[in-house]
Design a protein around this ligand. Structure first.
Ligand code: C5P
Length: 310
């Protein structure tokens, strides 16, 4: 029997926020057409894949990971199986996932893990799938997986899985207000449908203001242009989010927006120092449970040397 490759492959993958999220009316397949501007920020999950004789196993570490499934329903496990099927791999793998991205936070943590698993399993099994194949598998797995492969700042259309890089200049500093309790993405879309019932929604479209601000690297203009059509739905399910937004803006954020389906709120700030000031103010106000700082854009899922995890 041929010896299994035993060397591990580690991949680091970022969280995303949506700088703009325009949502159309629900389509017959239950999904909503989107036009969005994704932006990868420096909160990361780390996945280490070690080839094994058979079976896909998963171990998850990190803060607040109680709700993360470790069985075949986990998106990273599904991604590993898809790679195996596509490339005809008969071996197995052990996946060791360390989560730094909030779970059910609207920052595409689960999608990030799927993207990391596509890249890491492809490398660990020498499957040699090309970029186009990985992007195709990503689109099968979920709406945000393709962006997690690509990273940077990019426009998403379709369900969000069709990615085009955006012309964007500059580094942006973010303060992220996290909640202990997540929001379910389908529940937020259902609330969006309820709130928009009886109205004909226009075709989703990325805003000119956001694109112009990004082209000129103007953080003040970007702060004013941040927009998310899911925000009223997220705030309807979680009225406390409105208070968090008020506090952040009161303390001088350039802008604030619910990320994706929430409940994470992303505040844009001028620089690192401004980020520290706003973090202290948000924490002291007691309006949100946890505050993190991040910058963007950062690259998508990428193989790298990681410190050994536990
Ligand atoms: O694609 P993903 O698994 O991230 O989607 C999770 C859920 O969010 C879907 O099952 C659907 O209810 C909702 N969704 C949607 N329209 C989109 C993306 C997601 O209705 N464009």
């Amino acid at each position: 029997m041929a010896a299994d490759r035993t060397s591990s492959v580690s991949v680091r993958v970022p969280a995303k926020i949506n700088l703009d999220l325009s949502v159309g009316g629900v389509a017959p397949d239950g999904f909503h057409p989107l036009a969005t501007v994704f932006h990868a920020v420096s909160l990361f999950d780390d996945l280490t894949v070690t080839p094994a004789a058979e079976g896909i196993t998963l171990e998850v570490t990190g803060d607040h990971v109680e709700g993360v499934p470790t069985d075949r329903t986990n998106l990273a496990v599904r991604a590993a199986r898809l790679v195996a099927r596509r490339a005809g791999v008969e071996r197995g793998a052990h996946l060791k996932l360390h989560k730094g991205i909030p779970v059910a936070g609207g920052m595409a943590g689960g999608s990030a893990d799927a993207a990391a698993a596509l890249v890491a399993c492809d490398a660990a099994w020498n499957a040699s799938l090309d970029r186009a194949e990985l992007l195709e598998l990503a689109a099968e797995l979920g709406s945000d997986v393709a962006f997690a492969l690509v990273g940077g700042t990019a426009i998403g259309s379709g369900r969000g899985e069709q990615i085009t890089p955006a012309l964007a200049r500059g580094q942006y500093h973010w303060v992220l207000a996290l909640s202990d309790d997540g929001l379910s993405t389908p529940a937020v879309y259902a609330e969006f449908d309820r709130l928009s019932a009886g109205r004909v929604l226009p075709e989703p479209r990325v805003s000119d203001e956001v694109m112009q601000a990004l082209r000129s690297g103007d953080s003040t203009a970007l702060g004013q242009a941040l927009r998310n059509d899911l925000q009223p739905a997220a705030c309807s399910l979680r009225p406390d989010l409105g208070d968090v937004l008020d506090v952040g803006l009161e303390y001088g954020a350039l802008g604030g927006v619910v990320s994706g389906s929430g409940p994470t709120i992303a505040f844009l700030v001028r620089d690192h120092e401004h980020a520290l000031d706003l973090s202290v103010a948000l924490t002291a106000s007691g309006a949100c449970e946890t505050v993190k700082r991040a910058h963007g854009p950062v690259h998508g899922a990428r193989i790298g040397d990681l410190p050994r995890l536990g």
